[in-house]
Write a protein of this length. Sequence first.
Length: 244
Amino acid sequence: MLEIKGLRKHYRGGGGAGTPALDGISLRIAEGEFTAVLGPSGAGKSTLIRCINRLVEPDAGEVIWNGKPVTGSPPEELRNIRAEIGMVFQQMQLLSRLSVMTNVIAGQFARMPRWRSLLGVFPAEAARQARSALAEVGLSGLEGRRVDALSGGQQQRAAIARVIMQQPKLLLGDEPISSLDAVNAERVLALIARLHREKGMTVVLNLHNVAMAKRYASRIIGLTAGRITFDGPPEQLGEHELKR
Ligand code: ADP
Ligand code: ADP
């Protein structure tokens, strides 16, 4: 269970006299839910997702993951909590000059000696898991390819393979399909849906595409100017909910 209580964030600087990015958000997301966050640009979607694992520090409020406070937890506890939370971004945040294999393994084996990643030599079990994750996302055979030689869709699938290696209980996505064409967007969402279904992963994604959000998510949260304007099943999201 993910609990968010009274979350507030007001960015300073940049003439920050305006409205807060998050204006007191409270939510409970049950284990196994697939939630999509929708809303216009600047609504606070990205800030909300990033406050959940404290990539952005909220000014006030609480985030509690399975009874453990994320907000206020010291660095070593935060590290343990983050190990259970996977994240995919619009820009995949892969190491573009290194191999697909290195990228997929790197997330989980961050403490591996640097020569391993430079030479592409990994413990056999890690390599086996990575190959299996790459097969799941349809990238078998591209293990040795440099990431910057992949297409955008392949890169996002490599990022998903990295998340599969992590085996997170919660998957956060900050516009994970926004940089992809329709075919790859569908493919990546279908992959995330399969992880949700088969591994019981709780999923919270910011999406721009309302139709796809309605198709994949079991719950839609509408955000406008840092406040929740809609929270319900996709069937209840009518045209009037999308007007601002
Ligand atoms: P969304 O993801 O819905 O587009 P964001 O969370 O990115 O919304 O942004 C919410 C508001 O916070 C916007 O007004 C945006 O300009 C502002 N904002 C986001 N990130 C920063 C930042 N790093 N510094 C200053 N303002 C920011
Ligand atoms: P942008 O300014 O980034 O182009 P839009 O304003 O077009 O973003 O909104 C992005 C999508 O989110 C649109 O398809 C819109 O229908 C939907 N949307 C906008 N506001 C809401 C809201 N309050 N709740 C749910 N969905 C919304």
